[in-house]
Write a protein that binds this ligand. Structure first.
Ligand code: WTA
Length: 631
């Protein structure tokens, strides 16, 4: 399939084909890959069960498509540019040849330590090349990777390891975060003590700090890798075999292990990467996400590498040593496509423009954003100061569950509208629903965003809990996949995502279930009950506002706030720390005991003029107290 689209008409035609004859369309797209055995059938689906299978009967290995098939033409081309935390250190250029060799070695290291096809491997590592090798090595030998963002606490790590029943953890002694050092191995030690399924921990020596190595369980990466060869044939996988599990927060309960499979995921991620960015051979592409999130999986590794591209892996943070770090790295590596999050743009926008002006950004051709709605102001700043009004901004709407981009402009093809994800990509059939479950088929509407036809990279289930998968995504609007997002579709058919309509808040682009944060706060021994809501935050997009009832009136509110933040940090991770904590004597509950979050949201937003009907509350007086104490 030629993914170069020369005009809007070409897109419109491709879109039409993909809707009129989806199987034929994806059949053509999938023909561009190396398959060990061709599929018997393109698609089988039933959104009621729900069950979705793509490329049924096909056999492949995604790393053969991401690495081996490029060796004939591109062995000496850079596959990965690794930009270290400290700009004074040297960047690494990893060619496809070296990538192949390293992935094979790590694959053999895993096998030598008992990992077999289908086993789950937890990867808890900083943004170093070995993280990429580890992910790809799992895929190569048919093990299922479960990458856990290395900013999560040991408690979160325990939940994820246990849920997936992982047998091995790959980690490092520590990691850098700007000028700080983080003792990762220690966090893993705490976690693994509680995880009986873990047989081995393999530790990459990054910081060379002293760590505790438990005999019989903990092994050094460099010792293990020295023992194995670089010859590791790919494991032949069924198109519907599991490729990875990746956890995302739910609006209730524990995080959900979203399951992605080999064939459809590969086809879709490659197709959307090339299409949305109009990626051209030889371009340098940089996505600033962490590999611990879906954006990193799909659009740092699998998308660019399957396209034979050059992808940047950045170990550092945007604000260290100074606020020019991103722009410096763009100049250094002559980055052509730069893909980041609105929250990063908003924080960098606050710094003096001299941090941008110091660097030559003329290599940039295309910009992108992901993770949350981008506000118009940030969009214009990005367009003017980074893109110099010369680079389209590809505002990609998608989710961990969707695997890849769903609604997104196509670079230099789609007319842009600030803050709009614009139009569905070929193969994607969105539907806007009203609250009563009726599809709003005309333009100029606002409602809930669903998708009515399967696409190849959609998650197939929640690991170990298919019922929850069905309840969460396929029961609100029967026969349709419900995204949990609200949206507007304007007169031109352009989509604007308005945000979550469930109890998930998006803080600096990271999904956070309010229930998860509440239960972490409740762990503090002084806390009796908590309700958490999101509120608009200048930089983070949404901040976390907690209303907390304590057993006794706090003697020192500031001290208790600090302790509560610390508790949350230990249980989930620093990203979940509440920004505001208001102590209250009661929460607005209905007579049936349900917290009216609508009221709390209004208070958190600072808008208490119109709280709507509060007469159904058990104790309306509590609202006055909450209003008076708002932060
Ligand atoms: C939000 C990240 C508006 C949305 C890839 C979605 C966005 C959730 C955008 C998924 C965007 C993501 N515009 N909102 N361009 N991209 N979102 O699973 O609410 O970490 O449901 O996947 O982020 O977040 P997740």
């Amino acid at each position: 399939m030629n993914t170069t689209l020369s005009s809007f008409e070409a897109y419109a035609q491709q879109y039409k084909n993909s809707v009129d004859n989806p199987e034929e369309f994806w059949n053509t797209v999938a023909s561009d890959f190396v398959w060990r055995k061709k599929w018997d059938k393109v698609l089988e689906w039933d959104f009621n069960k729900p069950e979705v299978k793509w490329f049924v009967g096909g056999k492949l290995n995604i790393t053969e498509n991401c690495i081996d098939r490029h060796l004939a033409q591109r062995a000496d081309q850079t596959a990965i540019i690794w930009e270290p935390n400290d700009p004074k250190d040297e960047a690494k250029h990893i060619t496809y040849r070296v990538l192949h060799e390293q992935v094979c070695k790590v694959g053999n290291m895993l096998k030598a330590n008992g990992v077999k096809k289908g086993d789950r491997v937890c990867i808890y590592m900083p943004m170093i090349p070995e993280l990429a090798y580890a992910v790809l090595a799992c895929a190569r030998i048919g093990a299922v990777h479960s990458v856990v963002f290395a900013g999560f606490s040991s408690g979160s790590l325990v939940d994820r390891i246990q849920d997936a029943g992982c047998s091995v953890v790959l980690t490092s002694d520590g990691s850098y975060r700007g000028d700080k050092k983080i003792d990762l191995k220690h966090i893993v030690d705490e976690a693994v003590e509680k995880c009986p399924t873990i047989k081995k921990t393999i530790v990459f020596e990054k910081l060379k700090i002293s760590v505790n190595m438990k005999p019989g369980r903990d092994l050094w990466w460099h010792d293990e890798i020295a023992k194995v060869s670089a010859d590791c044939p790919v494991e032949e996988m069924d198109a519907e075999d599991m490729l990875f599990i990746l956890y995302t927060s739910g609006s209730t309960g524990k995080p959900k292990g979203m399951v992605h499979t080999c064939g459809g995921y590969m086809v879709y991620i490659n197709y959307t990467f090339k299409t949305a960015f109009q990626y051209k051979d030889g371009q340098v592409y940089w996505c600033t996400a962490d590999l611990g999130w879906i954006t990193g999986h799909s659009y740092i590794l699998y998308g660019p590498l399957s396209a034979g591209g050059t992808t940047v892996i950045f170990e550092g943070i945007p604000s260290w040593p100074d606020m020019g770090r991103f722009w410096q790295a763009i100049e250094r590596h002559k980055v052509n496509i730069f893909y980041t999050a609105p929250t990063a743009i908003r924080s960098l926008e606050k710094a003096p423009l001299s941090f941008v002006e110091k660097y030559d950004l003329s290599s940039l051709k295309v910009l992108g954003t992901v993770g949350e709605p981008i506000n118009e102001e940030a969009w214009h700043w990005y367009n003017k100061n980074i893109g110099k009004e010369n680079c389209p901004i590809i505002d990609t709407w998608w989710q961990t569950e969707t695997g890849g981009f769903m609604i997104s402009p196509i670079a230099n093809v789609t007319k842009l509208k600030p803050a709009h994800a614009t139009l569905p990509l070929p193969g994607v059939q969105p539907a806007v629903m009203d609250e009563n479950g009726k599809e709003l088929s005309e333009n100029g509407v606002e409602g809930r965003l669903t998708v009515k036809f399967p696409w190849p990279s959609m998650a197939r289930t929640i690991y170990g809990d298919h019922q929850r998968f069905r309840d969460t995504y396929f029961s609100t609007f029967p026969g349709k996949y419900f995204t949990g997002d609200g949206c507007k579709r304007d007169e031109e058919g352009y989509y604007r995502i308005t945000g979550r309509v469930d109890d998930i808040i998006i803080v600096s682009g990271h999904n956070m279930g309010t229930a998860e944060v509440e239960s972490a706060i409740d762990e503090h021994h002084d806390v009796c009950e908590t309700a958490v809501v999101g509120y608009p935050h200048d930089i983070k997009g949404q901040g976390i506002y907690a209303f907390v009832i304590t057993y006794n009136k706090p003697e020192n509110e500031e001290k208790l706030r600090a302790e509560i933040r610390d508790t949350v940090s230990k249980i989930i991770g620093p990203i979940a720390k509440p920004d505001k904590i208001q102590f209250v004597s009661g929460l607005p509950k209905t007579r049936s005991g349900k917290i009216m979050r609508r009221i709390l949201r209004k208070v958190a937003e600072g808008d208490t003029t119109n709280l709507g009907d509060i007469t159904t509350l058990l104790d309306p007086a509590v609202v006055e107290e909450i209003k008076a104490g708002a932060l």
